[in-house]
Design a protein around this ligand. Sequence first.
Ligand code: F6R
Length: 591
Amino acid sequence: MCGIVGYIGERQAKSILLGCLAKLEYRGYDSCGIALASSNLEVYKDAVRVGELAKVSPQLDGRAGVGHTRWATHGEPSQVNAHPHCDCTGKITVVHNGIINNFQSLRQKLTGEGHKFVSETDTEVIPHLIEKYYQGNLEKAVETALLDVEGSYAIIVLMAGEPRLIAARKDSPLIIGIGDRENFVASDVPAILDYTDRVIYLEDGDITVITKGSIRVNRGGVEIDWKEHKISWSVEDAQKAGYEHFMLKEIHEQPKVIRDTLVGYVSTAEPVIDIADASLEGMLLLACGTSYHAALLGKYIAEELLRIPVRAELASEFNSYSQTLTTPVSIAITQSGETADTLKAMKRLKETGHKVLVITNVVGSTASRIANQTIYTRAGPEISVAATKSFMAQLMVLYWLTMSYSKVDATRVADMIVGLRQLPSKVQQVLDNEDRILECARYLSRYENVFFAGRGINFPVALEGALKLKEISYIHAEGYAAGELKHGPFALLCADTPVIAIVAQDNTYKAMLTNIREVKARGSPVIALAEEGDEAIEELADSVITVPRVDAIFSPVVNTVALQLLAYYTAKQRGCPIDFPRNLAKSVTVE
Ligand code: F6R
């Protein structure tokens, strides 16, 4: 997720823009840039930190400008792919946050009309479209250009010789900051809080014209009376968008992450797995930690939909012994793209003549350079050490990938597509049930040992629930296949060892109820995670967290979100440093 800022006023724009961009650094980025306009347009950008850009950019002059921190999605981090992007004349420039889904067809059309593109980005089509439609009225040209664009955007447009900024949004946040003989535009409140606490929140479809002394907001073709809001947060609060921790913010971002991933992939017909043997006879999934749990879920999903044998392996174990590999498709999953064990496994596969596809969240990461093919997840930067939204994005890619090659009948796939599209609102329902989860977390926080039990596709969810709980609350937690509890762990069950039972409405349901009865008979309290309307479970378990009804294949999505919240509130109750747990790092670059 990129950060964008704009300034127009009486002060030198360069230092203000760099100050605003510095306040967006916490979100993570790989490159940055600014453009300033007077009678000419000056652009300065590179794959560097904001501090370096400040040091090396020349003394640019201008009282209006735009700035950008980029988190690469289309094209690797580089000077040419950094924003701002310009049209052919070099007079119109744009900063953009979002994804233009139809950029390839627009680019093709514009190239045919004589436009020259220099970057690999989706954004670059916007200044060219504005150039195409410009006939002396910049606002009109932006409005017309946006009619051609499909996808999400928050943009700020600047043109040499035009003392105004044009800003517009659709499905990406954008605010205006009101100053004294100066105004600001930004994707996020923290960017401008050092300069003003007076803001206007823009809505989808708004197009605004901002000068140093005026703000005009056009909504649905009509100029509206905008409303000013006062921000009472500190910069730090604002960076977390009002949430107490990044982890909670990132958990709450998941409906959007799901939507972005689905918009990016499911609705387009991008070719995938062109590295694969077309017969797709088997698959190897490799990863570590939470990404390994995504891989395990991938195994369940792929075996059901593709009807092929799938191996999910811990990358560190895969590297620990030699084996004969006949699997035609190898897929590595790594949020950071820098996990040493996963990279080593990928290199090993390549050295033995195998092709590797990687699913990663970081464009240009080492994993993407090693892989023969890369699928990028669209989670945006994840700040909290504990992976939440990046896992969700991995899961979405795995659903989409396997559905694309599915061997089950077309009606089943059509039903699944409907189910997939409902997931953002189903996840939102889980988030809206936070109070109930908080109650259970208060109860759980008193214990030092917890088991998580699930069956079938919810076994990996039990593993992930336990991992989240142990890493941020420091409670000893173990994930188990519910049927395995009786083969040893029963010896530990007692009143001091609660069991979180994940109960799905699928072929595992009856066996799961039996397992819960067995656990209760050994004295362990049971918190069940169950679908709404499940009356049997209400009678059986000590506490129940209900999740909305979904197709059983998607139950890991809603269940995982509930368990993320359970871990979060338990850790909060115990006063743990949630975003930065002891001894852990966001990117594990050693074996
Ligand atoms: C747990 C967590 C880790 C990572 C693991 C792999 O919340 O974040 O277990 O999942 O270190 O990291 P990536 O996905 O970057 O390879």
